[in-house]
Design a binder for this molecule. Structure first.
Ligand code: NDP
Length: 334
């Protein structure tokens, strides 16, 4: 950062359909004309950032662009008057990192109604270990609890368990006393998952044989699905009577084929979860919970890997291939 420039990741379309990701000095004039200017100390990497970094136009319409749907730091200036200089804040979702220059930068400028004060009990870094993934995992768990989920019901399945949302969902559910069956394509990371509190670890392939069935043996009481596609409906087919799945992701695909049997024979609920456009007051409520009763303390350290802004493109490529594990926190001072 200089008086006139800030460092940021910049994705450029260098040839039709070919995108380059680099770290560059941007002029302060490149910041969007929004009232709250934040010096970002930490950001994080999410699957959506990987989509933006590799030219997914459903996420980002125009390039050059700076991805980063999460940011935490201190307010430098607020022309709206809502925040004082130096206030510690975080921003997740809305348009940040999609079509508004995002958090993979030393500075952002955003509307005031995207900004949440950092809750007491969380550091800026911890807030970014959680980030959008943590908020989403917490919303999934909340949906299950609102639907009546109790530890005595039986095991809760979590798919994409080594990913950002998945790993935090495993840790949160375990903290709340649930027996978690963690589904992963990375069996070599089984110890990572049991370390977060998973009761058992299942190979992703465990779900594959259910693809040809209209409905399957009831195995799990509840589920959090971060994977979508065929996996989501395979999970639905295997839920016990009255159970439900919080569906938040599409890591394996957006489409799935379904039939009505699990819904009309077992009363299964499909519970949609969005953490991006969620009203700010609700986001703040969930952040308070994550800093309070749902604080997962030392598990956060097991989930986090700290990287520099320079390393962000390399780690986003990993996420894009489905090879990420846990959460990558971008420390702007590195
Ligand atoms: P990550 O990249 O961190 O994790 C995704 C995980 O999914 C991978 O680590 C892998 O876990 C699993 N996976 C990847 N590819 C496949 C595949 N082809 N088939 C089955 N499993 C696969 O992503 P996030 O945790 O950040 O996000 C997870 C999903 O949730 C994404 O689709 C994202 O867009 C969505 N999301 C939605 C939000 C909302 O508001 N609804 C907010 C945040 C994220 P493993 O190897 O352990 O199986």
């Amino acid at each position: 950062m200089t008086d006139n420039t800030y460092r940021a990741m910049l994705v450029e379309e260098v040839a039709a359909g070919k995108y380059d990701q680099g770290i560059v000095d941007r002029p302060l004039s490149a910041l969007p004309a929004n009232p709250v200017v934040i010096d970002v100390s930490h950001s994080s990497l999410n699957y959506k950032d990987a989509l933006s970094a590799f030219g997914n136009r459903a996420v980002t319409r125009d390039y050059p662009h700076t991805p980063g749907i999460d940011a935490a730091g201190k307010v430098l200036r607020d022309d709206s008057g809502a925040f004082t200089k130096g206030a510690q804040v975080l921003v997740t979702g809305y348009d940040l990192g999609m079509n508004t220059a995002g958090g993979l930068a030393e500075r952002i400028a955003v509307p005031s109604d995207w900004v949440t004060p950092l809750p007491d009990g969380l550091s800026l870094r911890e807030a970014m270990i959680l980030g959008t993934a943590g908020l989403t995992a917490a919303l999934c768990v909340e949906k299950l609890l609102e639907s009546g989920a109790k530890p005595a019901d039986g095991e809760v399945l979590v798919t994409g368990a080594t990913g950002g949302v998945g790993s935090i969902a495993v840790a949160l559910l375990a903290k709340l006393g649930f027996r978690v069956a963690a589904v992963t394509g990375k069996l070599e990371s089984a110890e990572f998952l049991t370390g977060l509190g998973a009761w058992k670890v299942l190979d992703r392939e465990t779900l594959a044989p259910f693809a040809n069935k209209a409905i399957a043996k009831p195995l799990w009481a509840w589920a959090v699905d971060t994977v979508g596609g065929e996996t989501l409906f395979n999970v639905i087919k295997c839920l016990k009577y009255g159970g439900g799945v919080a569906a938040c992701g599409m890591a394996s695909g957006a489409q799935f084929q379904a039939n009505v049997f699990p819904f009309i024979l077992r009363g299964i609920s499909l519970l949609g979860v969005d953490s991006v456009e969620l009203p700010l007051s609700k986001k703040a409520e969930v952040w308070e919970k994550l800093a309070g009763d749902w604080y997962i303390g030392e598990q956060l350290e097991k989930i986090a890997e700290d990287i520099s802004l320079d390393q962000a493109p390399e780690f986003l490529a990993r996420l894009h291939r489905g090879h990420g594990i846990g959460r990558y926190v971008v420390d702007m001072t590195r």
